[in-house]
Design a protein around this ligand. Structure first.
Ligand code: UTP
Length: 448
């Protein structure tokens, strides 16, 4: 696209101001800014600025909100046979090479404040293995046991792609076959000033950030990952996020249940720690399975209880999913991939109209992200399966306090102690906690 067309397009979107330094830029600077701008969808920029930035969008919550049906962790008599079949189906899918792992690791990890991709963060209690290694070893163990190497798709973003790839190379891919790892980048979204103008981080550069984990559904297609999945004959993706080393990257029962029920997108849930815990809530809204964010679920509903005192809306979302490859294809090629944008006010450094750099001390910008769980209502037969928090969820989000490296290590040790006890090993205890620092290599204990 030549400069005149670019200017014309931006003008139509009300964003011509992004080119205010253009004439004075070096040829490299013009090229850089030009490429960043052309990567944007001009037809929606103006709309986004109006509907999500200048005006705060009203979050439409469903009129009729009911608890979601859940496949319980404990099968009881009702589900015993189904779960046995599901587990067996999951193993068959693995043996048949029908499952790939999908890690989303494109986020900025600002809350943790680690200088580098979050997956490099040393997370285990003794060996200090980085998050990436924990996942790699789990997947290696399942590949070994099923006799079929599990292809591993890893989504990065412009903020961490090069360091992520070089970290894997430096560590010899943690023993993973490099031909079975497929790195790809998600899209980037520009930050807007509160009055809806694109912010420039530099005179020749937009202030860009990753477009949210929901961007993964688009990026799978655009990057060629979807074509690669097709070529390999993969049917399902096992989706997980980079911050939770307790996740069972592969869970035959869950994957088998997803397959047998004909679900296009399945999710794991855990019982909430309390009515207002800051996790998304699985509900059936106007007849469709979906997630309502904690901030959008009315308190009165969040606090409703059943006759036995348990919470009526107790299904917390932990960002673990199974996705059918056909579903991702349909979303991208059937014109349905229109996930809503979520608005967050943030501090974003920028250059002002005169070209001076400004480092704001309070939120000055709006960032927009898409969330992967917003695809659930678009999926046929979506199911929700319950897992156990102590077994599978302890993310590293913050540097200190809740969901921090300290709580995550504690939870890894507790889980290892439980596994050892279950295997008949006496684990010393003090004040109800394991009195030992424990770590079990994922290579020697496939999680189920
Ligand atoms: P978070 O919502 O915790 O965001 O991501 P974050 O960017 O990692 O961290 P903060 O909010 O800046 O502290 C949950 C998961 O989704 C991935 C992250 O890498 C993490 O695995 N993610 C998030 C992406 O892959 N892309 C994004 O644009 C956002």
């Amino acid at each position: 696209m030549d400069a005149a067309t670019l200017r014309e397009n931006l003008k139509r979107a009300g964003q011509e101001n992004a080119l205010r330094f253009y004439e004075k830029l070096s040829p490299q600077g013009r090229q850089k800014l030009g490429e960043q701008l052309q990567a944007q969808d001009f037809s929606v920029l103006g709309e986004l600025a109006r509907d999500y930035v200048i005006h705060k969008p009203q979050v439409a919550i469903p009129k009729d909100i009911k608890p979601v049906p859940i496949y319980p962790r404990d099968p009881g008599d009702k589900y015993r046979q189904l779960y046995q079949n599901a587990r067996q189906r999951g193993i068959e899918l693995l043996k048949g090479g029908k499952i790939a792992a999908f890690l989303v690791a494109g986020g900025q990890g600002t809350r943790l404040g680690y200088d580098g991709p979050k997956g490099e963060f040393p997370v285990t209690p003794i060996k200090n293995k980085p998050l990436f290694q924990v996942f790699a070893e789990q997947l290696l163990a399942w590949s070994r046991d099923s006799g079929k190497s599990i292809p591993w798709y890893i989504m990065t973003s412009d903020v961490n792609d090069a360091p992520t790839r070089s970290f894997f190379r430096q560590h010899n891919f943690f023993g993973y076959p490099p031909a079975d790892i497929f790195f790809f980048q998600q899209g980037m979204m520009p930050a807007f000033s509160m009055d809806g103008q694109l912010l420039l981080a530099e005179k020749d550069s937009l202030a860009l950030s990753p477009d949210g984990h929901g961007g993964s559904l688009r990026a799978l297609d655009r990057s060629g990952a979807l074509a690669d999945l097709r070529k390999r004959g993969i049917e399902h993706l096992s989706y997980f996020q980079v911050d939770n080393p307790l996740v069972h990257c592969i869970d035959p029962l869950f994957l088998g249940l997803h397959d047998l029920t004909g679900s296009e997108m399945s999710s794991k849930t855990i019982p909430k720690a309390g009515p207002l815990e800051k996790v998304g809530n699985f509900v059936t809204g106007d007849g469709v399975v979906q997630v309502i964010e904690y901030s959008d679920l009315p308190d009165a509903l969040a606090k409703e209880t059943n006759s036995d005192g348990t919470l009526r809306f107790n299904a917390g979302s932990i960002a673990i999913h199974a996705l059918r490859v056909d579903f991702i294809d349909r979303l991208n090629h059937g014109g349905q991939l229109k996930l809503p944008w979520h608005r967050a006010e943030k501090k974003v450094s920028y250059v002002d109209d005169t070209g001076n750099p400004v480092k704001p001390d309070k939120p000055n910008a709006v960032k927009l992200e898409q969330f992967v769980f917003d695809a659930i209502p678009l999926a046929k037969n979506a199911i929700v399966y319950e897992t156990d928090r102590a077994e599978e969820f302890s993310p590293v989000k913050n540097a200190e306090g809740s969901d921090s490296p300290a709580t995550c290590k504690r939870d890894q040790i507790r889980r290892a102690a439980r596994w050892l006890r279950d295997a008949g090993v006496a684990v010393p205890e003090r004040n109800g906690e394991p009195d030992a620092t424990l770590e079990i290599s994922p290579l020697y204990a496939t999680t189920e």
